[in-house]
Write a protein that binds this ligand. Structure first.
Ligand code: IPE
Ligand code: IPE
Ligand code: MG
Length: 252
C-alpha cells in the first residue's frame, strides 16, 4: 500500500491513532530503584512489550513501532549489550508463533548487518512467517538511527535516478525503512526524558508527542489509554488554522 506524506492530508481523526511509535525508556532506572541489576529492567521491559502489543491489537491500532536498540546503544557496557541481544533472541523465539496466531505481522528495521548471523536469520524467518498478517504490524527498530535511515534512503534514491540532481520528498519516501507504514500519529516516550534520541526523525515531522514519567516496565494498558486519550484531544492542523479544519478539505 502506498502512503502519501501525512504533512499534506489531514488524516481522519478517530480517537485511536493508526500508528503509535514508542521509545521504551527507563528500564535501567526501574531496576536500579529496586536495587536490581539494569538488565532485570530489560527483562521486565520485554513483558511490557507483550502487554502493549496485545492492548494495541485490541484497540484497533494498525501499526505499533518500538525503539528497542539505537545505533548509539553500542556505546553501553559490552555485558549489557550482549544481554539485550540475548533477550531479543529469546523474545523472538518465544513470541513469534503467538504473534502469528494473533494476526500480527512483525518487521524489524535498522542496520541489521551488525548483528550475529543467527539473530539476522531469526529476524528474516519471523518476518517471512508473519508477512501476510493484517491485524497489526509491529515494527521493532533495532540498531536503528533516524539519521542512518535518511542517509541509507538518500543513497538508494540517488542510485535509482542516475544523473539527477533535484529530488522530491515523494522520491525519497519509498527508500525509507518504514515505507510500508503511514507516518506515526502518536509518539510516546516513557522514562521522563523529553528528547527524540535519533528515533524516526523524518517520519515524526507532524506526529503528536506524548511524554510520561512512567518507566517502561511499569507502562501498561491503562497508561496506553492515557496517551491515546491525550492524542484524542489534540487538534492536528498541519500548518493550517483551526477555522480551515472546519471547511471541506481541498487538495494540498
Ligand atoms: C531503555 O531503557 C531500553 C534500551 C535503551 C535498550 P534504558 O536502558 O535506557 O533505561 P534507563 O534510561 O537507563 O533508565
Ligand atoms: C533511546 O533510549 C533508545 C531506546 C529506547 C532503544 P536511550 O536511553 O538510549 O536514550 P538516551 O541516551 O537517554 O537519549
Ligand atoms: Mg534510557
Amino acid at each position: 500500500m502506498k502512503h502519501t506524506s501525512s504533512t499534506r492530508a489531514v488524516p481522519e481523526t478517530s480517537g485511536v491513532p493508526r500508528h503509535i511509535a514508542i521509545i521504551m525508556d527507563g528500564n535501567g532506572r526501574w531496576a536500579t530503584k529496586r536495587f536490581m541489576p539494569r538488565v532485570a529492567g530489560h527483562a521486565k521491559g520485554v513483558e511490557t512489550v507483550r502487554t502493549v502489543v496485545e492492548a494495541c491489537a485490541l484497540r484497533g491500532v494498525e501499526y505499533l513501532t518500538l525503539f528497542a536498540f539505537s545505533s548509539e546503544n553500542w556505546r553501553r557496557p559490552a555485558e549489557e549489550v550482549s544481554v539485550l541481544m540475548r533477550l531479543f533472541m529469546t523474545a523472538l523465539d518465544r513470541e513469534v508463533s503467538k504473534m502469528h496466531v494473533n494476526g500480527i505481522r512483525l518487521k524489524v528495521v535498522g542496520d541489521l548487518s551488525r548483528f550475529d548471523l543467527k539473530l539476522q536469520q531469526m529476524i528474516a524467518d519471523a518476518e517471512r512467517k508473519t508477512a501476510d498478517n493484517k491485524r497489526l504490524t509491529v515494527t521493532v527498530c533495532a540498531n536503528y538511527g533516524g539519521r542512518w535511515d535518511i542517509m541509507q534512503a538518500v543513497g538508494k534514491m540517488v542510485a535509482a535516478y542516475p544523473g539527477m540532481a533535484n529530488f522530491t520528498e515523494e522520491q525519497l519516501a519509498p527508500y525509507l525503512s518504514m515505507s510500508y507504514a503511514p507516518e506515526p500519529d502518536l509518539f510516546i516516550r516513557t522514562g521522563g526524558e523529553k528528547r527524540i534520541s535519533n528515533y524516526l526523525l523524518w517520519q515524526l515531522a507532524y506526529t503528536e508527542l506524548f511524554f510520561t514519567e512512567t518507566y517502561w516496565p511499569d507502562f501498561d494498558a491503562k497508561a496506553l489509554d492515557e496517551a491515546i486519550l491525550s492524542y484524542g484531544s489534540r487538534e492536528r492542523r498541519f500548518g493550517r488554522t483551526s477555522e480551515q479544519l472546519l471547511e471541506p478539505q481541498k487538495a494540498s
